[in-house]
Write a protein that binds this ligand. Structure first.
Ligand SMILES: Cc1ncc(COP(=O)(O)O)c(C=O)c1O
Length: 464
């Protein structure tokens, strides 16, 4: 990826490097116990962590516990948690309704590989929120999008799919294409080159994926025409959330639905990130565009691992009669379903969304005042409880625009938030903040205060 320095900032690349080096040093000095655990863990855990996403420079942070809006690392440092476990912790931590539901279930057995009443209650509530009649459960976003792609292929008896450049849909083969491609390999914007998103993804799989830019309806139409009768469907995040936050143009989502249907293909919305964080019924409800298939995970389970696939009667009928085998030992796990039911019926109630909206506005207003005060070429993007600072002056519309954002600024921001008591997802510009139902004005103000500190370091009269 490129590292560009905006002409309107007083910083230079090397000044930003110095800032990052100083903040990294503070970061490491704050957590000797984490460091010790990391050194020990490297012998038994590959890379000293349980997922490669936990290995961020300068070092993974080992956590002890969480309560409300706060989390505590093993060194005893408190953070306002805006990381939210990559978008899971919309309930905050140890929410009383989730704790009660899990406690009530755990003493009565946690796994039977048979349906329980909670699973039906959850499915009924998902229908009410998202407008799709039938549901199945899985254990991760990856499993949900994998089933959706399989189902699109099974229903149409076609192999090709369309995927958006820069969208992440999990780590199964079909969608590990052009996830975070390097800008010197991506090819022309109107015909992006399908690039492997990981090692171990065969060329034969990549050949099945047509990559298009976000907000580019003509590219979708071209692919559908070029491979007429061969495209099973398209999978897309209806608001892109693995490249900061990129909203759809007005009419884009409805345009996608109409185009794929004209060609006998199907549309899947991946609402793994957006599902509950942008509103009670996700982007599906706010946009009024109901896809053929919908994937949910992350916040759904109230902190326990679970995922859901919703679909229209015809597609879900293929599961019902076994034409597509949607399976999994832990699907609809009773403990996860108990937590999910509490999340949907007791935590994510209308007043909770009022609270999230109020805090989101406070965050946006506060950061915008800092930006205005320091005349910085940045802007704020929010989508319900999610938000980010885009380190560019103008709104971005696709992954190519996203590549223009300065990586260094994202890293400096992450480090300064961390050292200022705010936990955010690493990878700077890629991820977003998540506000939980237990966050307070003080948490938001702490975040804004750290942005102000960053602003004084990078704005004129130059880096100090
Ligand atoms: C939009 C989207 N879809 C799917 C996934 C995969 O979810 P999981 O990590 O639960 O497999 C993610 C994970 O970040 C995601 O952001």
């Amino acid at each position: 990826m490129t590292s560009t320095t905006s002409p309107r900032l007083a910083t230079t690349d090397s000044a930003l490097d110095d800032l990052i080096a100083k903040e990294s040093d503070i970061f490491l000095r704050r957590q000797p116990v984490s460091r010790g655990l990391h050194d020990r863990a490297r012998h038994s855990l590959a890379g000293g962590a349980t997922s490669n996403w936990q290995i961020a420079e300068p070092q993974a942070v080992w956590m002890s516990h969480g309560h409300g809006s706060k989390i505590y690392d093993v060194d005893g440092t408190e953070y306002s948690d805006f990381h939210g476990g990559y978008g899971v912790s919309l309930a905050g931590h140890a929410h009383p309704a989730i704790v009660a539901a899990v406690e009530a279930r755990i003493g009565r057995g946690t796994h039977f590989a048979q349906p329980t009443l909670d699973a039906m209650a959850v499915a009924e509530e998902l229908t009410r929120r998202f407008g799709l009649p039938q549901w199945r459960f899985a254990n991760s976003g990856t499993e949900a999008t994998m089933d959706a792609v399989h189902l699109m292929r099974a229903a149409t008896e076609r192999d090709l799919i369309i995927k958006v450049e820069g969208c992440y849909h999990g780590h199964h083969d079909s969608v590990q294409v052009s996830v975070m491609p390097e800008d010197d390999e991506i090819g022309p914007a109107d015909r992006p080159t399908p690039l492997p998103g990981n090692s171990g993804i065969p060329q034969a799989i990549r050949d099945l994926v047509n990559v298009v830019g976000f907000n580019d309806l003509p590219a979708v139409e071209r692919a559908l025409n070029e491979y007429d009768g061969k495209i099973a469907g398209m999978i897309v995040e209806p608001v892109m959330m693995n490249a900061g936050i990129i909203p759809p143009d007005i009419g884009y989502l409805a345009g996608l639905r109409d185009l794929v249907h004209e060609h006998g293909a199907l549309l899947t919305f991946d609402e793994v990130k957006t599902g509950f964080t942008t509103g009670p019924g996700g982007v599906t409800a706010t946009s009024g565009v109901t896809p053929d298939l919908l994937c949910l995970a992350k916040a759904l389970g109230g902190g326990l691992p679970t995922a859901a696939i919703g679909g229209n009667a015809e597609l879900m009928g293929m599961i019902a009669d076994g034409r597509y085998e949607q399976v999994g030992t832990f699907n609809g796990n009773p403990l996860a379903m108990a937590s999910t039911r509490a999340m949907l019926t007791q935590v994510l109630v209308p007043e909770a969304y009022d609270h999230l909206d109020r805090l989101s506005t406070r965050m946006r207003d506060g950061i915008e005042s800092v930006i205005a005060e320091h005349d910085l070429p940045w802007h704020v993007v929010t989508a319900g409880a999610k938000g980010c600072i885009t380190f560019l002056p103008d709104p971005i519309r696709n992954f190519r625009d996203f590549l223009q954002i300065d990586d260094q600024l994202g890293q400096a921001h992450w480090l300064m938030q961390h050292n200022g008591g705010v936990f955010l997802p690493p990878w700077g510009k890629i991820e977003q903040w998540l506000i939980s139902v237990q966050h307070t004005d003080d948490d938001v103000d702490r975040f804004i205060g750290n942005v102000a500190k960053l602003a004084t370091r990078v704005a004129p009269p130059a880096l100090r």
